[in-house]
Design a protein around this ligand. Structure first.
Ligand SMILES: Cc1cc2nc3c(=O)[nH]c(=O)nc-3n(C[C@H](O)[C@H](O)[C@H](O)COP(=O)(O)OP(=O)(O)OC[C@H]3O[C@@H](n4cnc5c(N)ncnc54)[C@H](O)[C@@H]3O)c2cc1C
Length: 570
């Protein structure tokens, strides 16, 4: 498995199709194991999970948590050697999808425990820490939480004020974390604290620690939230809590790297949770349109209702394709998937939001009633666009990470132009690649010929993305860091391109296995998704050159100065 990131290459106009073809598949053994876990959970959930009750009572009963633990759900991705089920990323994400399709609170609780807390220990714990904690976390004997955000440091982790001051062989931790999922029920906390002085202007160094509730951690009251009301969300306070230095995760001062890597993994199961909830909402919509009559007909017969069902289906197909393409890459040993996982998170949370909104619309008045599930599911869906990195921050991250490689290359090439003899190899490589992309030679040669239209679209817009990156970097250089409108356009192009690539790879596999007729559903969904993506991408590309960014900035500036919208008609 190549370690290169498909999307980072794509920003430079290179289609590393060997990375995404063939579409990954779980092994037979893993798939059987997963199906047994899913079956066990479905049986348990049918008898024991009542989402409306969870929402009303605002807590998960201890017996319900015990049931989930006994099904092995707290240790799905923990290696067997440490007492877990040892599932790979695809099977793990698929299991969380199943849980999320039943209840958002359970998925959020499991996710904070496994995807965040336990993953931090798996990736960065010393052998001793892993041997001590992983078996306890895998069995659910101990529940984990991940405490990064603070009231004054959400997106901006560098503003962290929780401090860890060195005291002999230990650190003394003081501060308060905010909005910690599992904050009220966790026994083990992954905490990020500043280990360098908070001097004016000094770059803060964060360090990650693992600590137990018993050593002096206190939790605030459960937050009164819009959705996922039964999942525990609290502040967590540390007042001179003594943490031995061997409880540091990763290196001292490298906590930011710990947080980013853990979040990169977690965003994949967040995306798969969105698939679970989205598919459930689509099922509910289908049931509704098949039974509801208006004007003497089932509402499923009306074009505008059908259009919603088709749109939801094609977006869920794209989300599922990109999420499990990425988890497959992780399972195959890919080490650089930060951009891909950020894309899955942004596309996943926004697809879920659109699906929840359309499902409620299809349900009419029922969609607005608290006695019905749509209203709760709409509330539950909202948070996915905010936590584990807001979608705005992640769009900037996608664009800037993607442009890093081409940026470096342009810098090196301009250096080489100053020393043409020494830099000849580099210059000719660069010139060759540019000439190739100008001729439109970057092809998706592994795509099935049935998908020629989708493939050409992908190739065409990959060219647009690379040209835009090149143009923007040459024109603005480092200024691009301040150009968020442009970053957003790049990110949105990249999101649609990744979705399209994943859809093409998956559908190619389907056609190769089952032939054209056997894959009709995938082919049609791919086609509809490609048409919508084309409209969005065309808009992004056109707006790169012609836009009203400056006017928008000045309207926002004036509105903020005025303290709101100042106009009235009377
Ligand atoms: C239910 C729930 C559970 C959570 N669980 C956890 C948890 O377990 N652990 C944990 O550590 N945290 C958790 N969080 C916190 C979450 O990660 C933060 O809310 C999130 O990172 C955003 O931070 P903020 O709320 O301070 O928003 P802010 O950072 O204040 O952002 C406000 C708005 O400004 C935008 N913005 C900010 N900076 C920029 C920028 N540079 N460019 C463009 N736009 C920008 C944001 O996108 C957002 O729209 C949870 C939050 C919720 C709601």
């Amino acid at each position: 498995m190549a370690e290169e990131s498909f999307m980072k290459s794509l920003f430079g106009g290179v289609v590393a199709e060997g990375v995404i073809f063939p579409y990954p598949e779980a092994s037979r053994g893993e798939s059987d194991e997963l199906h047994a876990i899913l079956e066990g959970f479905r049986r348990f959930a049918a008898k024991n999970v009542d989402s409306a009750l969870l929402d009303r009572e605002e807590k998960i009963a201890p017996e319900l948590l015990t049931g989930l633990k006994s099904l092995g759900l707290f240790g799905l991705h923990v290696p067997k050697a440490h007492g877990g089920a040892g599932l790979g990323m695809t099977a793990y994400a698929r299991a969380l999808q199943e849980v999320a399709s039943v209840d958002a609170n359970l998925a959020m609780t499991l996710s904070a425990h496994s995807s965040l807390g336990t993953t931090a220990l798996m990736l960065f714990g010393s052998d001793e820490l892993k041997a001590h904690w992983l078996p306890r976390l895998a069995s659910g004997e101990r529940v984990a939480a991940f405490a990064l955000a603070e009231v004054g440091a959400g997106s901006d982790a560098a503003a962290t004020t929780t401090r860890a001051d060195r005291d002999g062989d230990a650190y003394m931790l003081s501060g308060e974390k905010a909005w910690v999922t599992n904050g009220g029920i966790a026994d083990v906390f992954i905490v990020f604290a500043r280990t360098s002085p908070a001097d004016e202007g000094a770059k803060p160094k964060l360090t990650a620690f693992v600590l137990e509730r018993g050593c002096g951690v206190t939790s605030g009251l459960n937050e009164d939230k819009l959705g996922v009301r039964a999942a525990s969300t609290t502040s967590v306070t540390f007042d001179k809590v003594r943490v031995p230095k061997d409880q540091v995760l990763g290196e001292v001062g490298r906590g930011f790297k710990v947080a980013m890597e853990v979040l990169s993994h977690a965003r994949l199961s967040l995306a798969s949770s969105c698939i679970g909830k989205g598919k459930r909402l689509l099922r509910m919509s289908v049931d509704r349109v098949n039974e509801r009559k208006a004007f003497g007909r089932n509402i499923s017969e009306f074009g505008l209702v059908r259009d919603k069902i088709a749109q939801m289906s094609s977006e869920l197909f794209a989300l599922e394709s990109m999420t499990y393409l990425t988890t497959g890459l992780v399972d195959a040993g890919s080490t650089d998937f930060t951009v891909e996982s950020a894309i899955c998170k942004v596309f996943g949370s926004e697809t879920l939001w659109r699906v929840a909104n359309e499902a409620a619309q299809i349900a009419g008045a029922l969609g607005y009633m608290r006695s019905q599930p749509w209203e709760r599911m709409l509330r539950d869906a909202r948070v996915a666009m905010v936590y584990e990195g807001t979608n705005e921050i992640l769009r900037c991250f996608i664009a800037l990470s993607g442009m890093q490689g081409p940026g470096r290359e342009i810098e090196e090439v301009s250096k080489a132009m100053r020393e043409p003899i020494k830099g000849f190899g580099l210059l000719s490589d660069f010139a060759l690649r540019k000439a190739r992309s100008a001729l439109g030679r970057e092809r998706l040669s592994k795509a099935h010929p049935m998908l020629a239209r989708e493939s050409v679209l992908f190739e065409e817009y990959t060219g647009h993305l690379a040209k835009s990156v090149d143009k923007v970097l040459r024109r603005h250089g480092g200024q691009i860091h301040e150009m968020q409108y442009t970053q957003k356009r790049m990110a949105d192009l990249a999101i649609d391109l990744y979705a399209l690539a994943a859809v093409i790879s998956r559908t190619t596999r389907a056609i190769e296995r089952r032939g054209e007729e056997g894959s009709r559903r995938e082919i049609d969904l791919a086609s509809v998704f490609a048409s919508s993506a084309k409209r969005r991408m065309a808009e992004q590309v056109a707006a790169m050159d012609e836009n009203d960014d400056e006017l928008r900035k000045s309207i926002a500036q004036r509105t903020c100065t005025d303290g709101g919208y100042p106009l009235d008609v009377i």
